[in-house]
Ligand binder design. Structure first.
Ligand code: PEP
Ligand code: MN
Length: 335
């Protein structure tokens, strides 16, 4: 059961609800967000509880939630959440059109790519400074120096920036520079990291693990929400499959299933699913057609120079083509 408090409820009100739950034999889990406080009540529920609790002055509503994920569930909120990313809205008919290099490497390339994606209509810039690499000998990212470059490229073009954090010890550092903090597929069930990004006040982009169910994905989102960060954007990036032409199988069904079960925005990453640029445009469009609230696509002004994921990077020209087609699908979805 979730108890949504009226906005502006002060600590005394929160304490009063927690005391009342204690008297009723229920344990409280407080999620104090920027705009509202939600209290999860754990324990044995009965039919009279919602009525009892709604009589408390600061309680807006009491929502019985049957799903294992509570705050992420559509049972809590029927309408789609709209997340504000430094002025760019995502969800509820607002699209995240995120593009940029896999990793920040050569400063000039990052500036050139940012300029190109902005010109084509992207509304956010991506780029990794901490890279999850299969081999310890591969390029691991530029760290803080990379974050500074990405920030400068974003500011120069009026684009909020999205970048990954892998280590709970770096959450504060990454959040200092980023507008959106990304949790990658490999860390979807790194529960320590999820709790840490739940404590910051920056939106989080949570990718689905390559072998995780929609339910597990939403449980991971719940870790972030339950810590008080209510701004979570989900990202489908493909599951492990057996087709060797593609790196992963983009799961458009998971987009549909997630959107049925959660009010959080869901976007699609066709680049990591595809593994090769030849597939990226069609998969991005398929994601939008399935109802995704946007995409995140890897673009590089000179893919040959990319130290990471060059084969799947769209060129500036291809990205502009994708944007033209995407606008048509978005218009069709909005009819
Ligand atoms: C990325 O977006 O840079 C990335 C590494 O993606 P994923 O976690 O989906 O593999
Ligand atoms: Mn990549």
């Amino acid at each position: 059961m979730l108890i949504v408090l009226k906005s502006g409820t002060e600590q005394a009100g929160i304490d009063h609800v927690v005391d009342r739950l204690d008297q009723l034999g229920l344990k409280a889990h407080i999620s104090q967000g920027q705009f509202r406080t939600i209290i999860g009540a754990m324990g044995e529920e009965n039919e009279t509880l919602p009525d009892l609790l709604t009589t408390i002055d600061c309680v807006e509503r009491v929502v019985p939630v049957m799903k294992p994920y509570k705050m992420a569930s559509r049972d809590l909120q029927k309408e789609n959440s709209i997340i504000d990313v430094s002025g760019v809205k995502v969800g509820g008919g607002n699209y995240a059109l995120i593009a940029g290099p896999c990793a920040i490497e050569i400063e000039e390339d990052c500036h050139a790519t940012a300029k190109a994606v902005k010109a084509a209509g992207a509304n956010m810039l991506r780029g990794g400074a901490f890279k999850p690499r299969t081999s310890p000998y591969s390029f691991q990212g530029m760290g803080e120096e990379g974050l500074k470059i990405l920030r400068a490229c974003g500011d120069e073009n009026g684009l909020p920036i999205v970048t990954e954090v892998m280590d709970p010890r770096n959450v504060e550092l990454v959040a200092k520079y980023a507008d959106v903090v990304q949790v990658g597929a490999r860390n979807m069930q790194n529960f320590v990291l999820l709790s840490e990004v739940g404590k910051i006040r920056k939106p989080v982009l949570l990718k689905r693990g390559s072998a995780n169910t929609v339910k597990e994905w939403l449980m991971s989102a719940e870790y972030i929400l339950s810590e008080g960060n209510h701004d979570v954007i989900l990202c489908e990036r493909g599951s492990t499959g057996f087709e060797p032409e593609l790196r992963y199988n983009l799961d458009v069904g998971a987009i549909v299933a997630a959107k049925r079960n959660t009010h959080l925005p869901v976007i699609v990453d066709p680049s990591h699913a595809a593994g090769h640029r030849d597939f990226v445009i069609d998969l991005a469009l398929a994601g939008l057609a399935a109802g995704a609230d946007g995409f995140m696509v890897e673009v590089h002004n000179c893919p040959e120079r990319a130290k990471c994921d060059g084969p799947q990077a769209l060129t500036d020209v291809l990205f502009a083509q994708l944007m033209d087609m995407a606008k048509k699908i978005i218009a069709a979805r909005q009819c």
